[in-house]
Write a new protein. Structure first.
Length: 208
């Protein structure tokens, strides 16, 4: 199932999502979704895989239908982009492309932060920030991911947040699986509370 398709398709997909999507926080101004995983790999190996989305991002959450068309330029200002190949002859000049996100901050092998409105959010006047935190935990490595979106949405946040949650969760699960690990889930914030930012030093989630 394409979780993160067009705006209308995303709205219709809600009925197919789990009944209890663990959205970290959601209100009229936007939402925050989180996922975490533990992998039996070093932080360096985890970082290298993170920077190669063609290896782990799901095909059904791309515009071209193939994650192989994704790339990430690992530098400040670099593009998380997707080529749209020629449908009739893949050797021809691509018919177009997509800038999904732009790198805001990266510090090997700890933190990758990108800015961009993913999927159906591209057509909305919103801002999105996706942060990955990698930290060593003994013989394993923890991957923490958070996607925070704010701004005007024609689909209310309480409806869009579970869709984004399912999308982010799927990607983190696939990343962890490539490294031999497994997904865990972050408990949602209490209703009406303000979600602490992923970069907060007081949050055990971060560990940067």
């Amino acid at each position: 199932m394409r979780i993160w398709g067009t705006l209308s398709a995303a709205a219709l997909a809600l009925s197919a999502l789990p009944a209890k999507a663990e959205v970290h926080d959601s209100n009229a101004a936007g939402f925050a979704v989180r996922a975490t995983a533990t992998v039996p790999a070093s932080p360096d190996a985890t970082w290298d895989m993170l920077l190669d989305p063609a290896e782990w991002w799901s095909d059904n959450n791309t515009f071209s239908g193939a994650a192989a068309n994704l790339s990430l330029d690992p530098r400040a200002g670099g593009c998380f982009c997707e080529l749209l190949p020629n449908a009739t002859n893949k050797q021809d000049t691509p018919r177009g492309g997509v800038q999904h996100m732009q790198v805001l901050y990266l510090e090997k092998p700890k933190t990758l932060r990108l800015s961009g409105a993913l999927g159906p959010l591209q057509s909305e006047p919103v801002m999105g920030t996706l942060t990955f935190i990698i930290r060593s935990e003994g013989e394993t490595t923890r991957i923490n991911a958070e996607y925070v979106v704010g701004g005007y949405l024609r689909i209310p946040s309480e409806r869009m947040a579970p869709i984004a949650d399912a999308m982010i969760t799927q990607q983190v699960e696939r990343l962890a699986s490539k490294l031999g690990g497994k997904l865990a889930r972050i408990a949602p914030a209490a209703p009406g509370s303000n979600a602490a930012p992923l970069s907060s030093k007081t949050q055990p989630f971060i560990g940067r």
